[in-house]
Write a protein that binds this ligand. Structure first.
Ligand code: 4G0
Length: 222
């Protein structure tokens, strides 16, 4: 799976060198290519934005600079996603759908916005990570990359995806490890029983109970 990220702040993506996503890149299961939009400025001062027509505060990213950055990475199979609070909210279903794509181009906006004409020309889908405004689309792009990469074969341990929260529409059951007694609190007896049928039944009940308690709306959706 290939991600091309169009951004003015490629250094923000250094965190993706860590942990599971870092190892997935080392193993070449995913490829995250950072494209600095500023490299496509043709201005002697590397200018990428200008004042808005019609007046108003702030600056607008210039369409030609963004377009050249896009042209440098686009292929026949690429899907362009604009990270924006006006997009459809990302959920686990959407994550699974995106994981079927071979190539995603993630466009990260800053300032007040990007010239509408280039958005109309290149964007296939607008995606938000939730109903709040951030200073840029970089953190949303990282959220998308992390969530989608988990579905790429080999990134997680074989069973982790099937067992986890959301894959069955329920939250995970609680986990326990040593010591058997912590601050006077014992590990649930059933987990020490060695009876795997009973353990499985207990975990399913807990998953349901916790989902009902914390997010009853998730049960009603089913
Ligand atoms: C485009 C995404 C990008 C438009 C991006 C802001 C939150 C999200 C940006 C705007 C972002 C999110 C219209 C304010 C950059 N903030 N919720 N900031 N507007 O996914």
């Amino acid at each position: 799976m290939k991600f091309d990220v169009l951004t003015l702040f490629p250094e923000m993506f250094d965190t993706l060198k860590q942990s599971v996503i870092g190892r997935a890149q080392e193993k070449e299961l995913i490829d995250i290519n950072l494209v600095n939009i500023r490299d496509f400025s043709q201005d002697k001062h590397k200018k990428v934005d200008d004042t808005p027509y019609g007046g108003g505060a702030g600056m607008v990213m210039m369409p030609d600079v963004v377009y050249r950055a896009y042209q440098s990475v686009k292929t026949e199979e690429s899907k362009v996603i604009y990270m924006s609070p006006q997009g459809k909210t990302l959920d686990q279903k959407k994550v699974e759908d995106l994981a079927k794509q071979e190539h995603l181009i993630l466009l990260c906006g800053h300032y007040e916005g990007i010239d509408q004409r280039v958005l109309d020309k290149i964007v296939d889908e607008e995606i938000s990570i939730g109903d709040y405004v951030l200073t840029g689309g970089e953190i949303p792009a990282m959220v998308l990359i992390d969530s989608v990469s988990r579905y790429v074969k080999g990134v997680l341990k074989e069973d982790s995806i099937k067992e986890e929260s959301f894959s069955n529409g329920l939250f995970e059951y609680p986990q326990y490890t040593r010591p058997e007694i912590f601050e006077g609190e014992k590990v649930p007896e059933v987990l020490l029983s060695g009876n795997h049928q009973k353990i499985e039944k207990w975990r399913k009940e807990k998953s349901f109970e916790i989902t009902k308690q914390k997010r009853p709306d998730l049960l009603e959706q089913k």
